[in-house]
Design a protein around this ligand. Structure first.
Ligand code: SR1
Ligand code: MG
Length: 405
């Protein structure tokens, strides 16, 4: 028997009071359950007294909140999340919320409150620009991916980490929802009826499905680095000058391009969705250009930081073989393009959409944006092996946009 129970707002307050050195003894605590994600409970706990201090409790439920008790889900994801946050903070300090306390029985992580930040997806929907984001996310990705890979760890330590972050149940969600279900008439799928023809073309494209199968195989088998595993713009909290990456409950050892591709996919979903958000065509073109420039910049920062780490911190003997770094990074870019394509298509066809597209009220306008997203996604997957620079990705996006206009 485990001591697990899901907390109420009152129980969260009582629990918070008992954590040493967190709140003053006479704190006047209020608690609000604010979780709006697919899986967990999230409590915001504040002292209304002079300290004004606030914290977040994140508690895993033994099922997927978005569906209910009929979809049981391991509580171990809370351990994975808290251990990933702690490790990420060691390897790239300041880019994730600080973990104050973890309770295994309750699958509960107590962490830094980021109420002064907004969910990046919400900012992008209203056309905000984040001038530091590309630099921050490029640095974070390069450090975490490089420093958890065989390039930087001895093989025994690396395999210990692979074991620490085995996450089969959450990976199965991704395997199904990203790589399998969107490509046939699965029950889990959900899409705008106005795009049925475009979706059926995808279901009938043997060429595309073959490439998706290869990408899925990589996701299933390539333990390259510790991934965040679900790095969409809803997993990023942001201000104009600060970026925090949250929610690594899908963390596992997988192919690096999956995380970089997730960030790029979500910037491109925003790109496509602007067809429905910004009516003025000049303003829309300017914002879309900003999104593409962000993609170019984040890759440039990533590549530079990754190459610097390769020079300074690589312990893998083969890393000094001439040409290996260039070849590694070139394969990484192609993986990034392919995974970005998969991540775009799943958010249009499959379960769990993105608000960027779903918040477009006019169904035809939404369908136009969704069709653009599907088209960019497919081409990223199909053309990935001929992509040699980040500009090949942004050029592809511009070309597809012109074709779809
Ligand atoms: C049932 S979970 C659905 C989706 O939410 C998460 O954020 C992941 O993206 C997952 O695929
Ligand atoms: Mg999440």
């Amino acid at each position: 028997m485990t001591a697990y129970r899901s907390l109420t707002e009152e129980e969260a307050i009582a629990y918070a009071r008992n954590i040493p050195n967190l709140f003053p003894e006479d704190a006047d605590l209020v608690s609000r359950e604010i979780g709006d994600g697919n899986l967990n409970l999230v409590f915001h706990i504040t002292d209304r007294g002079p300290s004004g201090k606030s914290i977040i409790f994140k508690q895993a439920l033994p099922y997927a909140r978005v569906v209910g008790e009929s979809w049981p889900l391991t509580l171990d994801r809370a351990r994975i999340e808290s251990e990933a946050l702690i490790l990420q903070n060691e390897l790239c300090p300041g880019f994730v919320p600080e973990v104050y306390h973890y309770d295994t029985d309750l699958a509960l992580t107590v962490m830094e409150d980021l109420s002064s930040h907004v969910i990046m997806r919400r900012g992008l929907i209203v056309g905000e620009r984040y001038p530091e984001f590309a630099r921050h996310i490029g640095t974070f990705l390069a450090r975490i991916l490089f420093l958890t890979s065989d390039l930087a760890l001895n093989p025994l330590e690396k395999k210990r980490r692979v074991k620490q972050f085995l996450n089969p149940e959450l990976c199965k969600i991704t395997e199904d929802l990203v790589f399998t279900d969107p490509y046939f008439d699965a029950e889990t799928n959900e899409f705008n009826p106005l795009i049925r023809d475009a979706v059926e073309k995808i279901w009938n494209s043997g060429k595309l499905k073959l490439e998706i199968a290869k990408l899925k195989e990589k996701f299933l088998t390539q333990a390259q680095a510790l991934l965040h595993g679900d790095l969409h713009t809803g997993s990023i909290m942001i201000t104009k000058d600060d970026t925090k990456i949250i929610d690594p409950e899908f963390a596992y050892y997988g192919p690096m391009g999956f995380d970089i591709g997730a960030v790029i996919a979500n910037l491109l979903l925003s790109f496509a969705s602007q067809e429905g958000h910004i009516q003025n065509s000049e303003a829309r073109a300017s914002y879309q250009a900003y999104l593409l420039q962000t993609i170019e910049e984040l890759w440039a920062v990533f590549e530079q930081e990754f190459r610097d780490l390769w020079q300074e911190k690589s312990i893998e003997p083969s890393s000094h073989v001439p040409g290996y770094a260039d070849d590694y990074i070139s394969r990484l870019l192609q993986d990034t393009a392919g995974f970005a394509g998969c991540k775009m298509m799943r958010r249009v066809i499959g379960l769990a959409h993105v608000a960027d597209l779903d918040s477009i009220e006019d169904l035809q306008l939404r369908a136009d944006a969704e069709t653009l997203a599907l088209s960019i996604g497919q081409n990223l997957v199909l053309e990935r092996t001929s992509i040699n620079s980040i500009h090949d990705i942004t050029d592809l996006v511009r070309r597809i946009q012109l074709q779809e206009a």
